[in-house]
Design a protein around this ligand. Structure first.
Ligand code: SAM
Length: 330
């Protein structure tokens, strides 16, 4: 079977013949739609993400890395394992992946279901995705901003927002927009960066603001240093008990943890996982600070988004790194 855009038309709010969306010119070429106007300038978010993915250490064929990522994903949404994820997808026809990056989730949906996938991405990583899925008739790549997409209302069975909508000042508005595309009974997977201790939030703002005007290359060098600090702290192998005061430590107050985790939660994102390569850890550190904006989310805020959009909350997982919710449109 070859790619045929016609099978996606029930879900797309486009005029295929004239290559327009609401009267505006868009680009349509093979499996790639560019919903931005031809002369549109890349946003700062798109610039940051384009640099990140152009410099990504591609690990899609690293079975240990992919297995670790898949376990983490299925755990956060309570799918438990591959069989649970397959069962969840069994009755779904179309999956909208917001912020597809290099296709981590797209790969799993294609592998474990018969769904069509619309992979939305704001950055130039769409060219990588388009090439990657050129022989996969079930994937359409859509360059666009999740705040407004050429997707038909009430046409989608699953909307997934994995770590994608918190690089703006208005993630709640984006979420509300995405819910309009959902069928009644359709599911939402939401994972956003969790609100950290007040101290870490403050440091994040200082770091982000102080590097905002630097070139992507210089930001990459700085994330190199942050990664080295994370590695060094981990190798110290020291456990610390977080004092209850000052209250600036937030929910980690009173806990015992490795010193690297303490600095990570209380001061800055110096991510280090000894089972990942240095380059992959650096990519995660760089990713967080390279965007001009961030908006971390508390469970209460995410739950309000669900309530305001008429969604049930069927499962939630809140950990110090991210807030994850699975729900359904009533
Ligand atoms: C951390 S990556 C997550 C990738 C993928 N969802 C996954 O879980 O592997 C976040 C992606 O969201 C994209 N993104 C950020 N804001 C977006 C927006 N407003 N619309 C579409 N994509 C966006 C970024 O370009 C980036 O590729």
């Amino acid at each position: 079977m070859t790619f045929d855009i016609k099978q996606f038309l029930p879900y797309l709010n486009i005029d295929l013949e004239n290559s327009t969306w609401n009267g505006k010119n868009i680009g349509i070429s093979g499996n790639l739609i560019n919903s931005f106007a031809p002369d549109a300038k890349n946003s700062a978010t798109s610039e940051a993400a384009s640099f990140r993915w152009a410099n990504s250490q591609r690990l899609e064929t690293d079975t240990a890395f992919v297995a670790q990522q898949f376990d983490d994903f299925t755990g956060r949404y309570d799918f438990q394992n591959q069989a649970g994820f397959e069962a969840f997808l069994a009755d779904k026809k179309v999956f909208l992946e917001i912020g597809a990056g290099e296709g981590r989730l797209v790969d799993w949906v294609i592998k474990y279901s018969d769904c069509l996938v619309i992979a939305v991405e704001i950055s130039d990583s769409v060219h990588y995705l388009s090439e990657k899925y050129k022989d996969e008739p079930r994937v359409l790549v859509l360059k666009g901003d999740a705040i407004d997409l050429p997707i038909n209302y009430e046409s989608i069975d699953v909307v997934s927002c994995e770590q994608a909508i918190h690089h703006t000042d208005y993630p709640g508005e984006i979420f509300t927009n995405l819910c309009q595309y959902l069928n009644v009974g359709g599911h939402v997977l939401l994972s956003v960066y969790a609100q950290k201790s007040p101290q870490r939030e403050r440091f994040d703002r200082i770091i982000r603001d102080s590097i905002a005007k630097l070139s992507p290359e210089r930001k990459f060098e700085i994330s190199d240093a942050m990664t080295s600090i994370g590695k060094l702290l981990h190798e110290m192998n020291v456990e610390v008990e977080i004092p209850n005061e000052p209250s600036e430590y937030g929910t980690i107050s009173g806990q015992k943890m490795d010193i690297q985790r303490f600095l990570y939660y209380a001061v800055m994102k110096c991510f280090w996982n000894p089972t990942f390569s240095f380059e992959k850890c650096r990519e995660f550190n760089h990713d967080w600070y390279s965007y001009p904006k961030h908006h971390t989310v508390s469970f209460q805020e995410a739950a309000t988004w669900f309530k305001n959009n008429g969604l049930t909350i069927d499962h939630f997982d809140v950990n110090p790194s991210n807030v994850n919710l699975l729900g359904r449109k009533k």
